[in-house]
Design a protein around this ligand. Structure first.
Ligand code: ATP
Ligand code: MG
Length: 252
C-alpha cells in the first residue's frame, strides 16, 4: 500500500524528517508515537503532498506508483485520506456540499452524518466555530464519505470526550475494516487479514485510540528519525514508563 524510501524533508530550510523508511501493507494499521515537534504531522503532511514540505531526498510509493511529486488532489483521488491534527475552516462551503464532493455523489449524506451525530451540522460552513471534539468528528465524516484506502489520522482522539472517543474509535475501525481490540489483554484480536484491504497510520499521544483500533505495528519518531518499531502496546507502555529518550535507547 505504502512504501517510503529514504525520505528527507525540509521546511523553510530546516531538515525536519531525515531518511525515513516505512512500509505499510494492505490490511495493516500502524501507530506513530513521538514527542512534540519530532515531525509526525510533517510526515503525514508530506505523504498527502502539502507543498510546504519539500522532499529533498527519497520517494513515496502508493499502490506501486511513485507519488512523490503528485499534487494533493491526485493523491486523494488515488485513495489517500488525512484527518488533520488542526483541521482548517473553509468559509463559504457547507458541510453538506463538502460531504457531497468527498463522496462523489455516492452516499446518503444525512445517513453518513447521523453516524457521527452531525446531522445538525450539515448546513454550517466546514469546521467554522466547531468545538475541538466536533472538529475531529467532522474530519471523520469527510473521511467516511471519501472512503480512502490509506487513512492517515493525526491525533484523532485529542480533545474528544470519553463517549465520543468510543464513537470515533468505532468509526475508525469501520474505515479500516477492523474489529475492536482485545483491551483486557492489550492485544489485537485474531482476524482475517486477507479480508481487509484498507490500511492506516495513526498518531497518538494519549494511547486511548489503541483501546479501539487494534494496531499491528508501532513506530517511534524521534528528532525526525524513525527510531524503532514494535508491538504498539509494548512501545506505548515503555514510553509511559521510561519516556521517549530512554525508550529508544534499546536501539541506539
Ligand atoms: N516553517 C517552519 N520553520 C522551521 N521549523 C518548522 C516550520 N514548520 C514546522 N517546523 C518545525 O517542524 C518540527 C516538526 O513539526 P510537526 O508538526 O511535524 O511535529 P509533531 O511531531 O507533529 O508535533 P506535535 O506532537 O506537537 O503535534 C517542529 O519543531 C516545528 O516547529
Ligand atoms: Mg503533530
Amino acid at each position: 500500500m505504502l512504501r517510503v524510501f529514504d525520505l528527507t524533508v525540509v521546511v523553510d530550510g530546516r531538515v525536519i524528517l531525515d531518511d525515513i523508511n516505512l512500509e505499510i501493507n494492505p490490511g495493516e494499521t500502524h501507530v506513530l508515537f513521538g514527542p512534540n515537534g519530532s515531525g509526525k504531522s510533517t510526515l503525514l503532511g508530506t505523504l498527502v503532498g502539502f507543498d510546504r514540505y519539500k522532499v529533498v531526498k527519497g520517494q513515496i510509493y502508493f499502490k506501486g506508483e511513485d507519488i512523490t511529486h503528485l499534487p494533493v488532489y491526485e493523491r486523494a483521488r488515488r485513495g489517500l485520506g488525512l484527518l488533520f491534527q488542526r483541521p482548517p475552516t473553509i468559509r463559504g462551503l457547507s458541510m453538506r456540499d463538502m460531504i457531497r464532493i468527498c463522496s462523489r455523489g455516492r452516499d446518503d449524506i444525512e445517513g453518513l452524518a447521523a453516524r457521527l451525530n452531525l446531522e445538525r451540522f450539515l448546513d454550517r460552513e466546514v469546521n467554522h466555530g466547531f468545538s475541538g471534539g466536533e472538529l475531529k468528528r467532522s474530519e471523520l465524516l469527510q473521511l467516511l464519505a471519501q472512503d480512502p484506502d490509506l487513512i492517515l489520522l493525526d491525533e484523532p482522539e485529542s480533545g474528544v470526550d470519553i463517549e465520543n472517543i468510543a464513537l470515533i474509535g468505532r468509526t475508525i475501525n469501520r474505515l479500516l475494516q477492523r474489529d475492536l481490540a482485545d483491551t483486557e489483554n492489550h492485544r489485537p484480536l485474531k482476524q482475517k487479514r486477507e479480508e481487509r484491504h484498507k490500511a492506516g497510520l495513526v498518531i497518538t499521544h494519549t494511547g486511548h485510540i489503541l483501546n479501539y483500533v487494534n494496531a499491528d505495528v508501532g513506530h517511534v519518531l524521534f528528532e525526525g528519525r524513525l527510531s524503532c518499531r514494535g508491538n504498539p502496546w509494548e512501545l506505548f507502555t515503555c514510553i509511559q514508563k521510561l519516556g521517549y529518550g530512554e525508550c529508544i535507547r534499546c536501539v541506539v
